[in-house]
Design a protein around this ligand. Sequence first.
Ligand SMILES: Cc1cc2nc3c(=O)[nH]c(=O)nc-3n(C[C@H](O)[C@H](O)[C@H](O)COP(=O)(O)OP(=O)(O)OC[C@H]3O[C@@H](n4cnc5c(N)ncnc54)[C@H](O)[C@@H]3O)c2cc1C
Length: 393
Amino acid sequence: MAELPHYDLVIIGGGCAGFSLASKLSEYGEKAPKVLILEQRKNYTNDRTWCFWDIDHPAYQSLASHAWSTFEVANRERVHHFDCNQHPYLMLESQHFYEAAIKQISNHPKIQLMLGQEVLSAPINTDQGWHISTAHTVFTARQVIDTRPPKKINPQDSVLWQCFVGYEIQTQSDCFSPEKMVLMDFDHTFEHGLAFIYILPTSEKKALIEYTVFSENIIPKQQLITRLKKSITQKIDRQPYELLRVEHGTLPMGYTLTQQYKASTYLYAGLFAGAARPSSGYAFQRIQSWANKCAQSIVSEQKLYASPKEQWVQSSMDGLFLNVIKNNPTRAASLFEDLFNRCELNTVVKFMSDQATLGDYFRIIKSLPPGPFIKALPGFVIQKIFHRLGWAK
Ligand SMILES: Cc1cc2nc3c(=O)[nH]c(=O)nc-3n(C[C@H](O)[C@H](O)[C@H](O)COP(=O)(O)OP(=O)(O)OC[C@H]3O[C@@H](n4cnc5c(N)ncnc54)[C@H](O)[C@@H]3O)c2cc1C
């Protein structure tokens, strides 16, 4: 029998986590292991837009195509304006990230990307290492990093879901201010969760507009599209527009099934393996920080490194926050409004970017009304106990 192609490390999935890790490994030159990335898609498109605050030199900052130094949060008739000049909000288009990663990887002789390779099942652990099968070939590897999302997503596997659809549109006349984005404009007519519109204008005539819902259930894409179209019509005053691009996401907020394989040579990574921040579903910068540490650990100790568990203060605050949103989505809009209004913006930005200190947590708690949190506390504690015991949520 012909020998199977063998690698030190196979990364399943050439998306954000897979490419971030491979790019980091490539920086180690000849010390990098022999890596194969197996990706099911045949080509890359601009399928998502990553945004993050410019705090403490975020990764891929230099590839950002737009930065906003002002933004607004709107709840009912109240519109609050904020100046985020100190930590602008950055936009990274995924096509720029994919292009940069592919260029970096292809320059490295020991790192290989294979497209159109869907890994069909769970890899098998054998005496020769892991066997990973695609429709075309079987590969073997000493270590595997698996970034595939779960095949089937059950609504009860996460405390909440962030479901959204975004349209990038072009209008004929000026409709937007490219220096100001809309972080949250709450829609109180939606009854099945906390809904808001998010607007990222990149010129007077062009913007990415998203309709987002935080909900216990997964909201069907078509329902989000109907809402989004209605919101766009209102926002641009019924003017005609051209649809340039669509993006869609269902992000876990407080995913309860995050667990690792028993073998130390197999690691789950990415959005569903602890990378998503429970209170926001955001993962891009968390993935970068994981990729950095994981590459270091692979090169220096040949060990895989999992996303670290949340610090207890952050995980407790996120957990409580999620329970408040879940129990009372209508009230949650005013909590976000209070958070931005009563708390210093730097503190909120640090909180959202995983950089809050104990003092910041204290300031955030002080800015919020205690009532809803006290009410949510028993549910949250029960959830924690169930989780500890390994029972369902
Ligand atoms: C539209 C959208 C917008 C987002 N915006 C933000 C944001 O602004 N800020 C933020 O922090 N986070 C954001 N996120 C969340 C998160 O950062 C992204 O989902 C990120 O791409 C997660 O990285 P990942 O590697 O886990 O998953 P992915 O990037 O989805 O990568 C997984 C890869 O695995 C491949 N794959 C799947 N199954 C197989 C298989 N069987 N065989 C081989 N390959 C397979 C997929 O094709 C994909 O390339 C957004 C997510 C989406 C969907």
